[in-house]
Design a protein around this ligand. Structure first.
Ligand SMILES: [Zn+2]
Length: 164
């Protein structure tokens, strides 16, 4: 079930309580995604309307709500499939290639940071074995291109094959 979907604008999302893991992944892909494990249906609908966010939900009854303008019912229980459902519905190749990751923890924007600036804040082996780091502008958490990056690239590759 889909409603109000257009591929023209970069979408922003809000996800229901069952989609915590999907939310973190969408943030890593670079999508602005609101998530809290205690949002009520009422709050989800309100925020979706107020902030023009697509509601992602696994709840059929909620997806059917006449109040909602933008909603995507997530069918799969499997995370990779869920990511594909969202990205294939919304995003263009260009988006996917150009988006900067957002912080998976707080949804904040990130920026690149030089190794010299974070010396002492991360274990030496991490600093030693990685070259590229990003920092969350909101919560200050530092990330580096490790396992996440590989998994993201793998999913990206699969999705890009299916996108025009
Ligand atoms: Zn953060």
């Amino acid at each position: 079930m889909k409603k109000g979907l257009k591929k023209t604008d970069l979408p922003r999302f809000i996800a229901d309580v069952m989609l915590g893991s999907l939310s973190r992944w969408l943030r890593l892909f670079g999508f602005d995604t609101l998530y809290r494990n205690d949002f009520t249906d009422k709050q989800l609908i309100k925020l979706s309307l107020q902030e023009d966010r697509v509601l992602l939900t696994r709840d059929i009854a909620l997806a059917k709500s006449k109040l909602l303008k933008k909603v995507l019912l997530i069918q799969s229980e499997e995370i990779k499939e869920q990511i594909k459902e969202v990205l294939l519905s919304f995003c263009s190749k260009l988006d996917l290639l150009n988006l900067k990751p957002r912080c998976p923890v707080c949804n904040g924007e990130t920026e690149s940071i030089k190794k010299e600036e974070i010396r002492g804040q991360l274990p030496d082996y991490v600093l030693f074995s990685n070259q590229e780091f990003i920092i969350c502008k909101s919560c200050g958490k530092i990330y580096w291109k490790g396992t996440h990056k590989e998994k993201i690239d793998e999913v990206k590759k699969e999705i890009l094959k299916n996108l025009k």
